[in-house]
Design a protein around this ligand. Structure first.
Ligand code: ADP
Ligand code: 5GP
Length: 190
């Protein structure tokens, strides 16, 4: 069993996890990102080893068979995403907290695994209409991918009760303040 002090931001894609995570890294130098592996293609500006480890489907399959993942999921028409045990071990050995950006099912599994060593925050968009607006403005998805993300969002929103706290990301500064306070309180317990 891996030991790690983890913070998970859980939310439907497009809610604002990445935006909020970037602010957290500025405010908490003791917080490091867990870079996931994925089989989806890199978006413009994404870097291998920084945003994700971009793997081919066969590389991903080998890593599963080698037992390298703490959890992994397949969605959005066949793309796989997984948390690498090596990321958690690396951060923990250096005394860091680890921030994970994973979808709901992976997050439920990680919360069960780490219990009190894990703060799992669920972020909600103010509405599905606003979520769609944010995804369209971000302009990183095809119409097909956008549709899949929105369909999935409805199901994901029903998982909110599995997590420690729900925060609505309506006005960014207000939501961020709530996230920051929850993270500070969690860190103070160690
Ligand atoms: P996620 O990581 O959850 O997929 P992002 O952080 O990429 O989401 O945010 C999706 C889009 O919405 C981005 O273009 C971001 O700038 C914008 N955004 C994030 N939070 C807010 C907010 N509170 N109000 C308006 N736009 C936001
Ligand atoms: P995106 O393609 O927008 O980067 O991510 C799509 C979804 O995959 C997001 O909801 C993100 O949280 C999730 N995700 C990213 N990495 C992982 C991971 O390692 N495991 C799981 N289960 N989900 C992940």
């Amino acid at each position: 069993m891996i030991k790690a002090r983890t913070i998970i931001l859980v939310a439907p894609s497009g809610t604002g996890k990445t935006t909020i995570a970037q602010r957290l890294f500025q405010d908490f130098p003791q917080l490091k990102f867990s870079v996931s592996a994925t089989t989806r293609s890199p978006r413009e500006g994404e870097r291998n080893g920084v945003d994700y480890f971009f793997l081919t489907p066969s590389e991903f399959q080998s890593r599963i068979e080698e037992g390298d993942f703490v959890e992994w999921e397949e969605f959005y028409g066949g793309s796989r995403y997984g948390t690498l045990a090596s990321e958690l071990v690396k951060n923990t050995e250096k005394g860091y907290f680890t921030l994970l950006d994973v979808e709901v099912k992976g997050a439920v599994r990680l919360k069960q695994m780490f219990g009190q060593q894990c703060l799992a925050l669920f972020l909600r968009p103010p509405s599905l209409e606003i979520l769609e607006e944010r995804l369209r403005k971000r302009n990183t998805d095809s119409e097909e991918s956008l549709k899949l993300r929105l369909e999935r969002a409805e199901e994901e929103l029903s998982y909110a009760d599995h997590f420690d706290q729900t925060i609505v990301n309506d006005t960014l500064d207000v939501a961020y303040q709530e996230v920051k306070e929850a993270v500070q309180t969690f860190m103070n317990t160690f």
